[in-house]
Design a binder for this molecule. Structure first.
Ligand SMILES: Cc1cc2nc3c(=O)[nH]c(=O)nc-3n(C[C@H](O)[C@H](O)[C@H](O)COP(=O)(O)O)c2cc1C
Length: 341
């Protein structure tokens, strides 16, 4: 197996158990809902639909970019694709760098379009791979292999610096993103991988034409922890295990610039329940995204595992909306939430 393949396999191994989760909190625990004793809502009529990038999904949840690039990853991607097709929710494949370097790995990504002909599927590439401008042919291969509806660029300087073999030069990532946006006709989403995006970084991304920002803040999977747990890491540095801006801090900070700026905001990093999704929307997010709970459920029980988890979150989200007196997700407001005293 290639070096990238080994690394990707380790990533799933360490994220499915709980040892690679941040100790610092997302911040959602600091909030509670304002209960409505007179909701005047029929639970059966509550709608969980939500629009993102002009498309209506059944539920405000994105399955975050995770895998691809080695043989078993194709099977995981097939399950995620089947699940998202069935539920009408969007998802992203993991970094496509491996298939750009080795064409024989393309099938581990392209399986998703076979399993999910109508789903909203996103390509994925690291910001570092964009330095100097990604070749037109590479952009085309990434998009065509999965008939992508959007491209996700991930920013992960913390993770790279914790990897002994990781990249060290981050000069030119923003120019690379701008170049990518100019060379493609589909929307570009930029996400972190768990250390969060600040308001000043968000402004820079929006200025070059990014359509959607996914904060991927701290409080869920810690990529410093993941990299420090890998046996092949001979220089672990646990002092950075808790580095990152919490998810709620990112949401509050970035939602302040939603007007006059026009963009959509995704809440991710530690989304572990329907409560976290609803709190995210009350704090200004348009959508939520989750990685670790779904890869864990799939590792334990395949497609059924993901379905069971989704059913629980769906029922809980409808229950929360009812208890807040909201007919639909779009009725959620900041006033439905209060800081715990
Ligand atoms: C097994 C695994 C592999 C991942 N690989 C990628 C990747 O290739 N590209 C990417 O943008 N993010 C990747 N991520 C990061 C997630 O998309 C997400 O941003 C991060 O894990 C925080 O979300 P969580 O707390 O719900 O896990 C990966 C996450 C997991 C769990």
């Amino acid at each position: 197996m290639s070096e990238i393949g080994d690394r990707k396999k380790d990533h799933i191994k360490f994220t499915v158990d709980e040892q690679a989760q941040y100790s610092q909190s997302t911040g959602f625990q600091r909030y509670q809902f304002v209960h409505n004793a007179l909701p005047e809502i029929d639970f059966e009529d509550v709608s969980t639909e939500k629009v993102l990038l002009g498309r209506t999904f059944s539920f405000p949840l994105f399955i975050s970019s995770m895998t691809g690039g080695y043989s078993e990853a194709g099977q995981v991607n097939a399950i995620i694709a089947e699940f998202c097709q069935e539920k009408n929710i969007p998802f992203g494949v993991g970094s496509q760098r491996a298939m750009l370097e080795d064409d024989s790995l393309t099938d581990t990504f392209s399986i998703v379009r076979k399993k999910a002909p109508n789903a909203f599927i996103c390509s994925n590439i690291g910001g570092v791979q964009l330095i100097g401008g990604l070749q037109k042919d590479s952009i085309k291969r990434m998009i065509d292999s999965i008939e992508a509806d959007a491209i996700i660029v991930h920013l992960n300087p913390l993770q790279e610096l914790m990897q002994p073999e990781g990249d060290r030069n981050f000069k030119g990532v923003l120019d690379g993103i701008e170049h990518l946006i100019k060379k493609t006709t589909i929307p570009v989403i930029v996400k972190e991988t768990g250390a969060g995006i600040s308001q000043s970084v968000a402004k820079k991304l929006l200025n070059v034409g990014v359509s959607v920002i996914d904060v991927a803040g701290a409080g869920g999977t810690s990529w410093a922890k993941v990299e420090n747990l890998r046996e092949s890491n001979f220089e672990p540095n646990i002092d950075f295990d808790e580095w990152g801006i919490s998810t709620t801090h990112c949401l509050i900070d970035i939602s302040k610039i939603k007007q006059p700026q026009d963009f959509e905001l995704i809440s991710s990093g530690g989304i572990r329940s329907a409560f976290d999704i609803v709190k995210s929307l009350c704090l200004g997010a348009d959508f939520a995204a989750s990685a670790q709970p779904f890869i864990k459920a799939i590792s334990v029980n395949g497609l059924e595992g993901a379905e069971e988890l989704f059913l629980k979150w769906e029922k809980d989200l409808k229950t929360i909306l009812t208890l807040l007196g909201c007919q639909s997700v779009d009725d959620l407001k900041s006033s439905h939430l209060k800081l715990k005293s």
